[in-house]
Design a protein around this ligand. Sequence first.
Ligand SMILES: Cc1cc2nc3c(=O)[nH]c(=O)nc-3n(C[C@H](O)[C@H](O)[C@H](O)COP(=O)(O)OP(=O)(O)OC[C@H]3O[C@@H](n4cnc5c(N)ncnc54)[C@H](O)[C@@H]3O)c2cc1C
Length: 323
Amino acid sequence: MDPSEGRSPELHVTVVGAGVIGLTTAVVLQRDGHRVQVIAAERGERTTSAAAAALWYPFRASPPERVNAWSRKSLDELTRIAREHPEAGVDVLTCLESADDTRPPWWAPCVPDLSIDAGPHPLGAPHGFRFTAPRIEPSLHLPWLESQLDSPVRVERVQSLAAVEGDCVVNCTGLGARALTGDAELLGLYGQVAITEPGDIDPDVALGDERDESALIYVIPRRREIVIGGCVVPSADDRSLVPDPERTDAMLQRVRAAGLRPGRLAGARAGLRPYRNAVRLEREGRVIHNYGHGGAGYTLAWGCADEVRSMMRHVDASTRCCV
Ligand SMILES: Cc1cc2nc3c(=O)[nH]c(=O)nc-3n(C[C@H](O)[C@H](O)[C@H](O)COP(=O)(O)OP(=O)(O)OC[C@H]3O[C@@H](n4cnc5c(N)ncnc54)[C@H](O)[C@@H]3O)c2cc1C
């Protein structure tokens, strides 16, 4: 966040959506001096953001150049939060990601300490990448973000963005944007995670293997539990979000087959990632759209919020519209 840009005049901004994207955007805009109100149909535990794993990792989000820039901004901000605000539920872990060869991944430019491991990876791949990245605990982080706001989140379903009050409206409704904007490009990608007790899993190391999406594996330690994933299944919006026990078993078996010993199963979560061929971050009149972050909402949130902040500098408060 570059303070040399100077502040824009205070605007009354309504952010629609209280997942990680809406709350992060609201915090950044409030810090920049705007009067911000968040409106959301659901908050906290009832959002997709609450079901996320949630490791910093650019997964299922496009386009690559913008994703790299946003991810890098988020990496820096989340690392700072981990250092300065332990109550925000962010910790920096060593991450070991599987690879078939020693070519760097497409997102390598945004990770300063990425190195290629030429030897076998703990999940069985011939090679791997090693880097450090923040892991976020949604049950701590979403309330922490809310606690940073001057006005509490207003729980209300918006029927039309045009009817929302404010000099500017930021649309952070995730998959809900399809109904609000008619965006047929948005697709729900079903994901499910198992939550276990720590068992013998190293609490400082996250493991991942996304080489074959039909057998996706990740093992992400939290402070008191382990998150084990995962899956990616294109799905209708009304798909049941009750986790499928057979899928949970299959994920645990994949992890055990790799020689890992997580503890007792403590629960499972499911959600629909709001996927789009390209994240929609653009202005349309007095509305700024910020949705479609796919499998990387936590990874992109701070970078995208900062871009919204920059766009806000072109909003003319006197005409109440974006110029
Ligand atoms: C199993 C799983 C694992 C994941 N793991 C990771 C990970 O490791 N790392 C990572 O970065 N990402 C991960 N993700 C992806 C991440 O969860 C999403 O990208 C992120 O949650 C999207 O956030 P959002 O705020 O856009 O959407 P949401 O969390 O869905 O929030 C949308 C908000 O908009 C509101 N809303 C919608 N429509 C309306 C309306 N009409 N009126 C008012 N409010 C409305 C909703 O009530 C809600 O408050 C994972 C996702 C899943 C499902």
